[in-house]
Ligand binder design. Sequence first.
Ligand code: ADP
Length: 881
Amino acid sequence: MTSQLYRVNLSIASPSEIERTARQLRAIREGFLTTGSLSTHTPRSLILESWQRCHTMHVNPSRRFAPLAVARESQLYQVREANELLIRATHSVMGHLTDFLAGSGYVIVLSDAKGCLLDVLGDAGIRRRLARIDFVPGGDWSEAAAGTNAIGTALADRHVVQLMAAEHYCDGWTDLTCTAAPIRHPFTGEVMGVLDVTGDYRLIRSFLTNSLAAAALEVQQELSTLLTPTNVRESQSKFPTVTVGLLNGMNSLGVDIDNKVQRHTDEKLLQSPTPGDIWSQLNLQQRRTRDAELLAAAAGAISASLDLEVTLENVAEQAGHLLKLENAAVFLFEETGETMSPHIWSRDNSSRLESLRDLEAMLGGTDAVSLVRERGEPVIIDDVFSSTTLSVALSELMGIRSLALLPLVTARGVIGFIAAPRSMPYNWVTNDVRLGLALAAQSATAIENARLFSILQQHNRRIEVLNAMAQLLSTLPDPNQHLELVLKRITEIMDLDAGIVLLLDQNTGSLTLVAHCGLPETVSLDLYDLPLRPLHEIACLVATTRESLLTCCEENSGRIIYEPLQAIGFSDLMAVPLLAGQTTLGVLLVGSHSPRGLTDEDLALFTTIGQQLGLTLKNAQLLRSATEMDALREADRLKSGFIAAVSHDLRSPLTAIRASVESLLDRREIQTAWELDHLLHNIAGQTSRLGRLVDQLLDLSRIEAGVLSLDRDWTELPVLIADTLAKFEELNNGCQVERDLSTDLPLHYVDPDRLIQVLWNLLENANKYASPRSSIKVETRWTGTEVLIGVADRGPGIPAGEREKIFQHFYRLDRDYRAHTQGSGLGLAICRGIVQAHGGRIWVEDRPGGGSIFRIALPLPPDSVVLEGLDEPELYIASTT
Ligand code: ADP
């Protein structure tokens, strides 16, 4: 077939180049808008001329063929006549594009080699709007001019060019994309015109560059069939020099193009249209339809999965099927510029897989890879034997005779390529390349979708994990106390098997194991011993460098392999510092027992978790110190209160004693024996008050030092209690204590004097804080394990928030300070100390009907507990609770 006799070629500007062009044009336009002149020298004079022409022209925008680059309408007809062949060749292609873009608000423009518009198709509204903003005098043409720019740049640079017009030119458009592809003469390679598609095409930008390149190829192919001998001669006279070097890429690969072009031209010159040509046209049409169906099926298969790995496998396989290859491979470029190991498909699983794996390395340094990588151009090599640089390497070492590299281009840039090798020389025809490029465009979109999806998934996982952590850390009152729980949750969230937390001693700089999970139960927890020693070493490194670390035991993972870890059953491991600002609080390590293929993303996530935990630990630490500070402040406040109270308590009896003693010394003041007696009694009373205070202080200091010694003996409690009450009544004239004493209390092993001291203190308080006539009631019960004693009064009661505090030493209620009630705030603290020394409890409750009940529970020593025949006791003085 004639179409097989000539070589096709595409050249697509790389996205960065497109971006650069757009920026440059914008600068020129802005220069023009401010100076009003186009005098600025620029390499793209073509565009400037076009602007100038448009600016000075009068155009009727409702015309179908707006004479955009000609001054008079008659010129338009001349130009169209001169390019009649090009217009004819492009006609059906523009029709296909119209079908493809139908209803999307598009304009398809064909220009000649000077940028003069030959044909405009598409949405009338858009056409008019574009014409208005682009070219109508008095209109806002200079705001846009994007179409003109794209066409002009495609002509100047001989690439497919894409301009994101909305970003660079016209603010009124949401997203105007102009894509222009140069159409070359099929035999000479000279640019004959430009095909441009302009419209709102953000989503299919990258697809459009390839489809427009393919459309330009179709036009070239069409041109080759239209070029009759006469036409060829005409066109040769127009382009007298056959510049093979213009065929990008091919020339640099040393392919013998001259012969083919010459041969084809000669054949064409000798031929006139025959019935065979008509058949071949029909065949061509049929094949195009079949190809379109195959391509649609392949595109469907490629987009079927959102998994990146599966998508890459599908791309290799579908490329293999569509281009009828034995093998195909997909190479992706990493952000570092490296090429990732390829995904390879093979028809029979046997041939040349290894060599394909090395393909990129073999091509490295040649023009082929830079053409693909930097410019996004396809590289087509029919026969590598005719390539001066690649023949030996490719052909002999890898068994590849023909090769096509089809770029995968997305909005991000060139992300990789599809390698289509053949073991025999192969004539890559327009159709193959068109199919390959269309597939590459579909593949690039599918790969990008899969990549974005996986990023989205990772992102979601990250958010989920961090949420779970934040929730956990915020619900724990003190994470320090629950580090095991936190660690267990972290390993669950990260789907790992084991972990340890080590905290750093800020003074010694040594690490201590504070939590672990998932370690074998029999394992020794000594950090300097196996199996924890290697973990400790890693932790020390992380604590020193303050940097996270990921180790893997899998070969080829490209990561640090730390063998001692394998010895203790750890496969992959991540270690992160627990940081709080400049302070390193410790190290968190988690790992798996089997290879997990942990990635840098996992490490980044784990590092964030480490930061979260570090901050929480730091906060807890600050909170603890704040609480400790509060406690110290409170103690200080109490002590100051105490000193004031004690000084007062000490001073008043001392003052009274001194006054009495002075009176005694000055005998003149004593008139009667009664007066003498009174003074001596006063001294005795005050001295015993002083003595009691001093005793209390001594008791307190013993209790605080934990050295309160009990002189225990088996004691009959009912007798002890009855005697104490009687004495209390006797000493407190008129005070009546109601009794409800159980008679079956067992002998109890207590310090009787201390117990009397406790009872006395409670009775004194009841008497002191309740009104003098209110009743005091004392009750006792036996529970089978404890003796319960209750002292109830009808006093003001104790507010709920103060019920614990009154047992602290020196603590007194504000109301007593205000009422100047005598007291030191030591009594109850001493009572609690004594009761606790007996192994018992003391607390206070509200008394129903008003007042307080102070309760004491004294357990029997274990071996003397009487269990038989005793039920749970009823509360012996009804309590509110
Ligand atoms: P003190 O009685 O010497 O102040 P305590 O330690 O015995 O010291 O009592 C501490 C505080 O508890 C008292 O200051 C008083 O405010 C309160 N309190 C103790 N017992 C009673 C009671 N029966 N009724 C009301 N308040 C009491």
